[in-house]
Write a protein that binds this ligand. Structure first.
Ligand SMILES: Cc1cc2nc3c(=O)[nH]c(=O)nc-3n(C[C@H](O)[C@H](O)[C@H](O)COP(=O)(O)OP(=O)(O)OC[C@H]3O[C@@H](n4cnc5c(N)ncnc54)[C@H](O)[C@@H]3O)c2cc1C
Length: 618
């Protein structure tokens, strides 16, 4: 990149430890890995001083006060939500046929119009801008309802207001931008979010879409192509992440990514292809091409160079919709299974009486309760304070919710047997119960991939969770720093851990010991870190579950109380077993051997395994 098109210098950072990413030793990384890490580190919000329940867990602190008593929804907020949810439910039940939408790959225009008329495109937008102004909790309740019924409508509504224009605009837009765009969004003009490119999936450092300022600085000229933009083929306006001229930081050019609001009718914007998928067949998802598209400077969100921060912050709250939809999906599966496993008799008994099936049903029910408790808890944090640091909790909800609901839908298919695999249309045509398990299965597989894949969520959670430890201990282990600085950091770390270590209630201080064993390479131990992430997430699930159960007991009769306690007791026992397995895996595992085998496979050393097959990819 030439230095002629750089923007004015940022003040020099005096202390390299304060440099983004300095907590992580990047000296042994490849250039590509370092670029990706430095870019995302620079866009991270600094760790919040407010602390979070999930963050505390990784420091050995159990902040019970943060989860208990369970932050139940206020009656007036619930009433406000109920009015909208009742309309939405009636409309879905009476006028929407999700199997038809799946079959045709199109959402009828009338359905979109009706949804717009009831305010479904402006659920969280303030009434000042023409929206319903409902809380995050009510928005999640709407996602639960939609997720239980139609994946395509869930994706339409969610891509529009969880990650599309309204969410980053509410977070970062100036008043002029809000007045210009939010009323249009609230009325039903569809929006989208375009980050992904062919070379940019999980790694934004490789972004090719560029925006160059015009000589008078009034506009930026956008060129490039975005992939898999949900709603992109129907949207009126979208948020586009693009590379803008680099900025000089510490004498070096630093890559810049900027978020632009782009009107789809601007000359040069083209829907190059509508993508089709295994599930979500009516997704209006496409490849969007930009050729010399002039975007006014006033359409920049937050500021030039802050695009990745806009994207990451948008996704932090935005990704809470997905676990809410997963709760809806899981509840639906539970209903299908409850009816089927009770009435289908094989080998002399209803299949639900056979222990192997009963085991799946118990897991489904308990996990659904936990998923709902985690999601509603996290939504309540947003309602309490819009600036709440929910990064860890939302990521845990997304990772855990998408993976567990996938197990739930998979269990549902198994329990429905051949009927699970048959399409609803085919079941109906031959007079059988048309439970749409095959559609739910296809539609839900994507949940663990988009809005932060499970692997990236694990890395993200590990990064955020280790932040306090990295701040204290990583400078000691970072070979890039001067010796004197490392010695000073060592004294600070020794003082901290001498007091911290004896206070821990966990019998084995595994994170601390792993840091000593792996030093600066810990961030590269993905499988090991994944186990810490699982343990933290299960502890969060247990805490949210127990707290919500306690809150529900107050309003339940004796029978319901006993049922709730039984369900929660089963969940906690199973979660505890999973935690124990993860602790055991920290000490006894085959990670190193597995990694070696994978590298050998990639190097073609086990090609003989593929012999005797058709269609080898060479
Ligand atoms: C139906 C659909 C809708 C979408 N909607 C949108 C949208 O509206 N807007 C938008 O911008 N994007 C959208 N996307 C893109 C989506 O967010 C990406 O698919 C996702 O970010 C993953 O990127 P990728 O598919 O290129 O996978 P890659 O990044 O190529 O990753 C492939 C695999 O490697 C893993 N992986 C990658 N990096 C690492 C690492 N460092 N460590 C360990 N594992 C790693 C990933 O988890 C994944 O399993 C959509 C995609 C689909 C399929």
């Amino acid at each position: 990149m030439s230095s002629t098109n750089t923007v004015p210098n940022e003040p020099e950072r005096k202390n390299p430890v304060e440099e983004p990413g300095a907590a992580i030793d990047t000296s042994k990384m490849s250039a590509g890995q370092r670029a990706a890490l430095e870019l995302t580190e620079a866009a991270r919000d600094a760790a919040s001083e407010r602390g979070s329940f999930a963050g505390g867990l990784f420091m050995g602190q159990f902040g019970l006060d943060a989860v208990h008593p369970f932050p139940s929804q206020k009656p007036e907020d619930r009433d406000q939500g109920d009015a909208f949810l009742q309309r939405l439910e009636r409309f879905l039940r009476e006028q929407v046929d999700p199997d038809e939408i799946d079959r045709t790959g199109e959402i009828p225009p009338g359905t979109i119009r009706e949804l717009a008329a009831m305010g479904a495109f402006g659920i969280k937008i303030s009434p000042d801008y023409g929206g319903l102004g409902l809380s995050q909790t009510n928005y999640c309740r709407a996602a639960i309802l939609l997720g239980s019924y139609c994946g395509n409508l869930t994706a339409l509504i969610s891509a529009h207001q969880s990650i599309g224009v309204p969410q980053p605009l509410i977070l970062f837009g100036n008043e002029e931008q809000k007045r210009k765009f939010l009323p249009r969004m609230a009325k039903g003009e569809i929006s989208a979010f375009a980050l992904t490119e062919s070379g940019v999936g999980s790694d934004p450092a490789k972004m090719q879409t560029r925006a160059e300022p015009t000589p008078d600085g009034s506009h930026f000229v956008l060129n490039g192509e975005k992939l898999w933009c949900t709603n992109g083929t129907k949207a009126g306006v979208i948020v586009v992440m693009a590379r803008t001229p680099p900025k000089m930081v510490n004498g070096k050019p630093k890559d810049q990514i900027t978020a632009f609001i782009v009107e789809m009718d601007t000359p040069g914007v083209e829907v190059a292809h509508r993508c089709r998928f295994m599930g979500l067949r009516a997704l209006y998802n496409g490849v969007i091409r930009f050729t010399d598209v002039r975007v006014p400077r006033e359409n920049i969100l937050l500021a030039e160079g802050k695009g990745l921060r806009v994207a990451l912050s948008t996704l932090n709250t935005g990704r809470l919709t997905l676990p809410a939809a997963c709760v809806g999906l899981s509840k639906r599966c539970l209903e299908i299974v409850r009816k089927w496993a009770g009435e289908r008799v094989q080998w002399g008994a209803p299949i639900g009486k056979h222990a192997a099936i009963a085991d799946r049903i118990a897991r489904m029910a308990a996990s659904t309760f936990a998923m709902e408790a985690m999601t509603l808890y996290t939504a309540s944090l947003v309602d309490r304070d819009k600036k709440s640091d929910i990064r860890l909790e939302a990521a845990m909800c997304k990772m855990w919710g998408s993976e567990v609901s996938w197990e739930i839908v998979n269990d549902t298919m198994q329990i429905r047997g051949g009927r699970g695999y048959e399409t609803a249309d085919s079941l109906k045509a031959r007079g059988d119960q048309p439970a749409p398990v095959e559609r739910l299965f296809r539609d839900s597989r994507i949940n663990a991939i988009f809005e932060g894949s499970s692997e990236i969520m694990r890395l993200f959670i590990a990064r955020e969770a280790l932040e306090p430890h990295l701040k204290i201990a990583a400078p000691v282990l970072n070979s890039q720093l001067p010796l004197a600085q490392r010695m000073k950091a060592a004294l600070k770390a020794a003082w901290f851990y001498a007091r911290w270590y004896p206070k821990q209630f966990l019998p084995r201080l595994e994170i601390f010991q792993a840091m000593l064993a792996h030093g600066p390479k810990l961030d590269r131990q993905q499988v090991l870190l994944g186990r810490f992430v699982e343990i933290g997430t299960e502890l969060f699930a247990i805490a949210a579950t127990c707290s919500r159960a306690q809150a529900l007991l107050a309003s339940r009769d004796e029978t319901r109380k006993r049922e709730t306690l039984e369900l929660v007791d089963y969940f906690c026992r199973s979660a505890r077993l999973r935690i124990e397995r993860n602790f055991a895996g920290l000490r006894h595992n085959a990670d190193r051997q597995g990694y070696r085998v994978a590298q050998e496979v990639l190097a073609g050393k086990h090609n003989w395994l593929e012999e005797g097959t058709v269609g080898r990819v060479d």
